[in-house]
Design a binder for this molecule. Structure first.
Ligand SMILES: C[S@@+](CC[C@H](N)C(=O)[O-])C[C@H]1O[C@@H](n2cnc3c(N)ncnc32)[C@H](O)[C@@H]1O
Length: 245
């Protein structure tokens, strides 16, 4: 997969794309990142990519011309590219959306900055995405969040680091708890079942932990989760136990 990021601040991405999973995914050839400087699509001598808002008010707005020029260049190079604007106005990104994007050949993430982008950009993009109900300084952190969540789902990326299939949200549930040595830390013990070596029992215990954590912390997720009959019985038992207390 190819992930392009269009930004006024290319240097922002140097370190995050150069370490850990994102760097290894590139080295393995699972993903190719390209950070594109919006200023390369300006036409004036000073490479100005922003301007004051019509109607007055604070801040600057990213100009439409360089943004559209960059989108057209990307589409001319690869008509399959999906153009996504990072904006707090978009639907909120989640694991299901990450899975959908991981199935694409080519994604272009556009980072707004200052007060945002000229609103007419919506006529030239394929979709908008927010990463949550808060305002960040620019679209760089949101683009990185999307690039990271998508890349770890690409075939061969996680390898020995853990299976993406079991992670929180992937199954529609929060993940079960993890522990490593020591067995006892300041009086807090690792659940004994994890030390017994019975893999079937451990798998069931983990499933039940995932179910009970999800019920306690994010009950909203349960409506969409795919649950077995055994899962449902377990949840009913939890609810009955809670009701009896
Ligand atoms: C300071 S924000 C602009 C906020 C805008 N004035 C508003 O009130 O909606 C600058 C840029 O950061 C990005 N951004 C900020 N928060 C975001 C979020 N929660 N999700 C996605 N992008 C975000 C967008 O690209 C946005 O154009």
């Amino acid at each position: 997969m190819r992930i392009d990021i269009l930004t006024l601040f290319p240097e922002f991405f140097h370190s995050p794309l150069g370490v850990s999973m994102l760097s290894r995914a590139q080295a393995k050839g699972a993903v190719a990142f390209r950070v594109i400087n919006l200023r390369d699509f300006t036409e004036d001598r000073h490479q100005v990519a922003d301007d004051r808002p019509f109607g007055g008010g604070p801040g600057m707005v990213l100009k439409i011309e360089p943004l559209v020029k960059a989108i057209r260049a990307a589409r001319a190079e690869d008509p399959r590219v999906q153009v996504t604007l990072m904006t707090p106005l978009g639907p909120v990104f989640n694991q299901a959306k990450a899975r959908e994007l991981a199935g694409l050949e080519h994604l272009l993430l556009i980072c707004g900055h200052y007060e945002g982008v000229d609103d007419r950009l919506r006529f030239y993009i394929d979709e908008e995405l927010s990463i949550g109900d808060y305002i960040l300084t620019g679209g760089e952190v949101p683009a990185l969040a999307v690039a990271d969540a998508v890349t770890r789902l690409l075939p061969g990326v996680l390898g020995g680091e853990g299976a993406a299939e079991e992670e929180s949200f992937q199954t529609g549930l929060l993940e079960y708890p993890h522990y490593t040595r020591p067995r006892v830390f300041e009086g807090h013990e690792v659940p004994p079942i994890l030390l017994e070596g019975d893999h079937a029992r451990i798998a069931r215990w983990r499933r039940e932990q995932a179910l009970s954590r999800t019920l306690a912390r994010r009950p909203d997720l349960l409506a969409q989760a795919s649950l077995t009959e055994e899962d449902r019985k377990f949840l009913q038992q939890l609810a009955a136990d809670a009701g009896g207390r």
